[in-house]
Write a protein that binds this ligand. Structure first.
Ligand code: ATP
Length: 200
């Protein structure tokens, strides 16, 4: 049986990519949330757990095997080489997990892989097409501050400064969904849905 087309969906923080994914999901499209799967695999994937313990120490996990996020965050905070190391462990394990997941989705025309850093991590190269969800920066900051009560404007600006610019992402994307509240999202999603269903 033929594997489904693998479509990436990305966008900066607060662009609305999760919201767009929910719409695709309602249309029956299977979606893989790479960021939440990565968090899960950091506790459940034996290979990854061992790599993290070896690099960052056994304190990275509690005696019950729960990931000690505070300890790990402190270990990589403001240390780009450590963060890069952690990502170099996580990304290949997510890639394996995604591949296994895709194999279970035969019978679907296409599936979506949602990740905030699809371009930055390089994992977009393994996908057939990539959708970028965009919105102006001020709007994204406003949305995130309304959604995440624990975050300050400086936190959000810091995250944005570590992501590729909208212009750089637009150049790499195959399709763009504008979620700037001047265009409706639903017709844009439906157009892509028809397009992907007619590809392959
Ligand atoms: P993150 O990278 O932080 O996961 P995201 O790109 O997945 O962000 P969402 O969580 O989908 O973004 O959207 C951010 C917030 O903005 C959510 O609370 C969402 O409901 C809201 N939002 C998104 N798009 C719109 C819109 N067009 N109109 C109103 N609110 C919106």
């Amino acid at each position: 049986m033929k594997l489904p087309l693998q479509i990436g969906i990305t966008g900066g923080i607060g662009s609305g990519k999760s919201l767009v994914c929910k719409i695709f999901n309602v249309l029956g499209v299977p979606t893989y949330d790479a960021d939440s799967r990565a968090k899960n695999l950091m506790t459940t994937d034996g290979i990854l757990v061992n790599q993290i313990k070896k690099e960052f120490g056994s304190l990275s996990y509690t005696s019950e095997g729960v990931l000690n996020r505070e300890y790990l965050s402190a270990s990589v905070f403001s240390k780009p080489d450590k963060l890069e190391k952690l990502n170099s462990f996580v990304h290949p394990r997510v890639a394996v997990d995604f591949k296994q997941w895709v194999e279970k989705q035969v019978g679907n025309k296409y599936v979506l892989k949602e990740a905030a850093l699809l371009f930055e991590s390089g994992s977009y190269r393994t996908l057939d097409k990539v959708i970028l969800v965009t919105a102006p920066e001020a709007m994204r900051i406003k949305r995130v501050l309304a959604r995440d009560k624990h975050r300050t404007q400086a936190d959000v600006e810091n995250i944005i400064s570590n992501q590729l610019s909208e212009e750089q992402k637009e150049m790499k994307a195959d399709y763009i969904i504008r979620n700037d509240e001047s265009e409706l999202i639903l017709p844009q999603v439906l157009e892509l849905h028809e397009r992907f269903n007619s590809l392959n």
